[in-house]
Design a protein around this ligand. Structure first.
Ligand SMILES: *Cc1c(COP(=O)(O)O)cnc(C)c1O
Length: 427
């Protein structure tokens, strides 16, 4: 038995499924999760001392590479001054100012500790500010695990959603309507019938939780226009895409200004920081100024904010995104040509430092198309790569992440590993 096997067996005795977040359990791909002992740059090492090239980067935060010396030093310096005070610090102001500067649609921001918390609080704010209950979301988008967001489409277009998790009352789910991604006509139909009761439309403007999927500009523009017309709040969930697809997030790429934005992952640089922000007139509805309650004992934690701030500084260095985008593109192009040489139906896509791999012939445009990708083939590919020391997301329906430390040698090693893995699939 490997040390990973031993740890996994032990973990399952004290923790449900042996993990603290379900995807880590490898249920989708099968096999034993790798227990990480340390990480550096583009690599991490497991409990057997085996090295992997890491393409999840903590699901996005490790954009500057693991254990970057500047980030570690910022965390160490903050830690010696105390870990948490429950009273304000200057670091929180610096972080808020930095976020407002980098994402101009955000005039004011509040810091929280997870993307789930940020999305949940942002929706409460949207409902409080509009006095409306109904939320529109899109199939395949993930916004954390708050009750009103664990919802899938009902039986027909104008019907309310059904819970995707037990424990979510149907009474909560009925305030959420789930539409198809990249289907502007559905938005038109729903707004024309019930526009005056819609509090907010929440969307991943580049979707990353059903593998990587690009929104069409028309889809996002339609949403923007309808929200403005009907007084609904357009909320971009950029927990994953923020500072990942571009410095200003997907809203900079598409040149669309949402009313509110939800952030997380990269802004914590690996520690728990998330945020929601937007128009100042909306943010004024939050306690202590307004009637929408929201609070957090560890919100704006000084050590976490130090990690986040130093990460936000590094990604603003000249050429950072050009390099990250080029490396990610090299990876995807390399994988596509290796697959094509092996005669495998495969395609890939990349935006900034984020990528998607699809075992199908052409890029999917919505959730239903995404679900037609060959999951069994992905699973075999995943394990061939893992055995050879390349760690991809352990599911056919997750995006992948490249860091600035994935240099040409690392990408070349990945592509040659993949070439062998693709050949083994066609054999
Ligand atoms: C990861 C993610 C979340 C949830 O963030 P947590 O920190 O895991 O709670 C919300 N929305 C999107 C788009 C995400 O990718």
């Amino acid at each position: 038995m490997s040390n990973n096997d031993i740890l996994f067996e032990r973990a399952q005795r004290s923790t449900p499924g042996g993990v603290n977040s379900p995807v880590r359990a490898f249920r989708s791909v099968g096999g034993t999760p790798r227990f990480v002992t340390r990480a550096q740059g583009p690599y991490f090492w497991d409990a057997d001392g085996k090295r992997y090239i890491d393409y999840i980067g903590s699901w996005g935060p490790a954009i500057v590479g693991h254990a970057h010396p500047q980030v570690i030093s910022a965390v160490q310096q903050a830690a010696v001054n105390g870990l948490s005070f429950g009273a304000p610090t200057e670091g929180e102001i610096l972080m808020a100012e930095e976020i407002c500067k980098l994402v101009p649609s955000i005039e004011q921001v509040r810091l929280v500790s997870s993307g789930t918390e940020a999305a949940m609080s942002a929706l409460r704010l949207a409902r409080g500010a509009t006095g409306r209950d109904l939320i529109i979301k899109f199939e395949g988008c993930y916004h954390g695990h708050a009750d009103s967001l664990l919802v899938k489409a009902g039986s027909g277009l104008l019907t309310f959603g059904n819970p995707t998790s037990s424990g979510v009352p149907a009474d909560f789910a009925k305030h959420t309507m789930v539409l198809d991604y990249n289907h502007p006509q559905q938005l038109e139909d729903v707004f024309s019938k019930m526009g005056s009761s819609i509090a907010a439309v929440i969307v991943e403007p580049v979707a990353g939780n059903m593998n990587l999927l690009r929104a069409t500009p028309e889809f996002l523009q339609t949403m923007r226009r309808l929200c403005t017309q009907h007084g609904a709040i357009l909320m971009f969930d950029e927990v994953m895409s923020g500072f990942r697809v571009a410095l200003g997030g997907a809203q900079a790429l598409y040149d669309i200004k949402p009313d509110m934005t939800v952030l997380g992952k990269v802004i914590g640089g690996g520690l728990p920081v998330a945020a929601f922000g937007g128009r100042a007139d909306l943010m004024q509805h939050l306690a202590p100024l307004g009637g929408v309650y929201q609070a957090g004992t560890l919100s704006g934690n000084p050590v976490a904010v130090a990690a986040g701030m130093s990460t936000l500084k590094i990604i603003q260095q000249p050429g950072f995104y050009e390099h990250l985008t080029a490396q990610t593109r090299k990876l995807v192009d390399g994988l596509c040509s290796a697959a094509s040489e092996a005669g495998i139906d495969f395609c890939g896509d990349a935006i900034g430092g984020m990528f998607g791999l699809y075992f199908t012939r052409k890029l999917p445009v919505n959730y239903a198309e995404m679900m037609t990708c060959d999951k069994e083939r992905f699973n075999r590919f995943f394990h061939a790569m893992l055995d050879a020391g390349v760690y991809l997301a352990p599911s056919a329906f997750e995006a992948g992440f490249v860091s600035a430390m994935h240099d040409d040698a690392v990408i070349a090693e990945t592509v040659s590993t993949a070439a062998a893995a693709f050949k083994s699939l066609s054999a």
